[in-house]
Design a protein around this ligand. Structure first.
Ligand SMILES: [Zn+2]
Length: 69
């Protein structure tokens, strides 16, 4: 692979789609800003970490009753 790390690399911010420079000086890459990075992380974190937030007592009788198939 000839992936030369030139400072002219531009990509779209995964969060807002804004053209963003993918350079070592861009500490928020691949995002355009800290805000977009936090927004994106918060988006998946709030969805992924919502599961263990359920009360433990709920799996006592709702395990087999919660099937969606
Ligand atoms: Zn952005």
């Amino acid at each position: 692979m000839t992936d030369s790390p030139l400072s002219g690399r531009i990509l779209a911010c995964p969060s807002c789609g804004k053209a963003t420079a993918f350079t070592p000086s861009n500490r928020w890459r691949p995002f355009c800003s800290e805000r977009c990075k936090l927004t994106d992380l918060g988006a998946w974190a709030s969805e992924s970490y919502r599961i263990p937030a359920k009360p433990a007592e709920d799996e006592a009788g709702g395990a087999a009753d919660d099937s969606e198939t």
